[in-house]
Design a protein around this ligand. Structure first.
Ligand code: SF4
Length: 310
């Protein structure tokens, strides 16, 4: 049930050493290669009736201050998703027989929303049988909170434990997750649940998050396809749909959850146009993508994010 991995740390160290320091030619070769890999991912998902996953922000806050996240330098106003909009979303998910993953976070810290368990229970009571998961920094994840989330119907919790010190596990999660006895108990009580603990660095330099990462204020329009709008639907706190999870300030709102069925929203003309452009590796006409250096695909190391496209 519990996987502790150093995968991300190794990946980020590699990125730090090589990112943008390769020669121009080598950089271009890499970009071409990345475009091919992204295109393959996009092609597989082109024309599918529903997304692989739906991510929803039930609140906008975070209680951490990582250097790569816009939250640390220019946080968004505090907002909450209304229960009516959430229920509308779940009702559409159930009506569409959506069988993918429902992710209860995007760029926020989901545990700051005390309604989370109620939201998850509502999806289960309405008959959603797909996977429900979330990303958290674990600072507020006490053992009691973890159990109440699992009882409500959460199946996957990805804990990104951000630290700059030798102390790799931060916050309340530290109090229980290192105990093999506690883990054994949870394994017995919730045999089908997965909790992944990832060691992350608070001052990593990652992608430029479409020009908004405070520690990488670059504007670089990579010439590569991008799989996100082919695989994932993102819902913000006012019930609007945005292009992708890199849109921290929600500048690409193109529809509202009330505007149609799930399948209709997934075929929205804005998304179709964006997918066509991105499949052709043409990011220039999409205001957000034109500033984005994301390489266009996500890797799926064994055992991690096996069920999540992000
Ligand atoms: S290119 Fe960047 S901004 Fe555009 S969809 Fe992909 S991740 Fe989002």
């Amino acid at each position: 049930m519990l996987t502790v991995t150093r995968y991300h740390r190794a990946k980020n160290t590699f990125k730090k050493i090589f990112n943008h320091r390769w020669g121009f030619l080598f950089g271009k070769i890499c970009e071409t290669l990345q475009n091919h890999i992204s295109k393959i991912s996009c092609r597989k998902l082109r024309g599918v009736a529903l997304p692989e996953s739906i991510a929803v922000e039930t609140c906008t806050q975070c209680n951490n201050n990582c250097s790569f996240c816009p939250q640390s330098s220019n946080p968004r106003p505090i907002e909450y998703l209304s229960e009516i909009h959430y229920q509308q979303l779940v009702d559409k998910i159930v009506d569409a027989r959506f069988g993918g993953a429902l992710l209860m976070s995007i760029n926020n810290e989901p545990l700051l929303d005390s309604r989370l368990e109620r939201f998850v229970s509502y999806a289960r009571v309405r008959g959603f049988t797909g996977r429900i998961g979330m990303f958290t920094n674990g600072l507020l994840l006490s053992e009691e909170r973890a159990i109440s989330l699992l009882k409500a119907g959460v199946q996957y919790i990805i804990i990104n434990s951000y630290s700059n010190s030798g102390d790799k596990i931060m916050g309340k999660v530290k109090e229980w997750i290192a105990s093999s006895e506690k883990i054994k108990e949870l394994n017995t009580q919730f045999p089908h649940v997965q909790i992944h603990l990832l060691y992350r660095c608070k001052d990593d330099v990652l992608d430029n998050r479409a020009g908004e990462a405070p520690n990488k204020k670059t504007v670089y329009c990579r010439r590569a396809a991008c799989v996100f709008p082919f695989s994932m639907m993102n819902i913000t706190t006012d019930g609007s749909l945005i292009l992708c999870c890199y849109d921290f300030y929600c500048t690409t709102k193109f529809a509202h959850i009330g505007d149609g069925s799930l399948a209709e929203l997934w075929r929205h003309h804005y998304l179709l146009r964006a997918r066509n452009k991105l499949y052709e590796a043409d990011r220039t006409e999409l205001s957000l993508c034109a500033k984005c250096d994301f390489r266009g695909y996500t890797e799926r190391p064994p055992g991690i994010f096996r069920f999540f496209p992000v």
